[in-house]
Design a binder for this molecule. Structure first.
Ligand SMILES: [Zn+2]
Length: 250
């Protein structure tokens, strides 16, 4: 079984979400749906309750920095008790969009990390043009998790691995001339990699311009297998074991 560790396959992001989920499950692709706000967190709860092998990650995304109320935090606190929820995510900081909101993004991110600690859940982290701050903040917290669609340097990836993090690899690894991710994959090795699609975003090279779906995870797996000179089956087995270990799923 393949585990797509990061996707947004629910109504507020995609048309025909349930058809796409069914197709993925039929093809032995297990899904971790990542919510980003009140509405999508509810959709994730509903879908993870309805389907076996669909798990939920809930969180408030950096775009909500400054808007999240105490009531929103206590709602999330209660929702994280749900047994289908296996992580706090998608959370993080992004200085490509919203560098001017650095402080309030960090404040929200820290609140999400506090909840992860409280519930003893791993985190799924979005970090764009903010690697050093992300590292410094995660180091202050007692959390493990995934750096989703990792975009930093290979050297930095090694530091995140030492903190107990896995490196999420998705569609961009298939893009031409993406030497940075290729180097990261080779540096951290298969034991520290998770595969993901970020559907409906980040389509692989082979499907550029189309809506991305979990079915396209095969291109990510193929590219990692090529880079590491491994068989696809081995890439699937090891990355699934990594995900099961991190997210504590059977
Ligand atoms: Zn995402």
């Amino acid at each position: 079984m393949i585990i797509d560790t990061h996707c947004h396959v629910y109504d507020s992001e995609m048309d025909n979400a349930e058809n796409i989920i069914s197709e993925a499950l039929k093809n032995d692709i297990c899904l971790i749906l990542n919510g980003t706000d009140l509405k999508s967190n509810l959709e994730v709860l509903e879908l993870s309750a309805k389907y076996d092998n669909v798990y939920g990650a809930l969180g408030y995304f950096h775009t909500l920095a400054g808007e999240v109320t105490d009531e929103d935090i206590s709602l999330l606190d209660r929702q994280l008790e749900n047994s289908n929820v296996i992580a706090v995510g998608e959370i993080g900081i992004d200085y490509y969009h919203g560098k001017d909101k650095r402080d309030i993004q960090i404040e929200l991110f820290e609140k999400m990390l506090d909840l992860a600690e409280k519930h003893d859940l791993p985190v799924i982290v979005h970090s764009r043009k903010a690697m050093q701050d992300t590292y410094d903040i995660l180091k202050r917290h007692d959390v493990k998790g995934a750096l989703h669609c990792y975009q930093g340097s290979a050297e930095m990836a090694r530091e995140f691995v030492k903190l107990g993090f896995y490196i999420g690899v998705g569609g961009p690894v298939t893009h031409k001339n993406n030497k940075k991710i290729e180097k990261t994959v080779k540096t951290v090795g298969i034991d520290h990699i998770l595969v993901e699609t970020d559907s409906p975003y980040l389509s692989p090279e082979e499907k550029r311009g189309e809506t991305n779906t979990p079915m396209n995870i095969k291109y990510v797996i193929g590219k990692i297998a090529d880079e590491l000179d491994l068989g696809k089956v081995e890439v699937i087995e090891v990355t699934s074991d990594n995900a099961k270990r991190l997210f504590n799923i059977e």
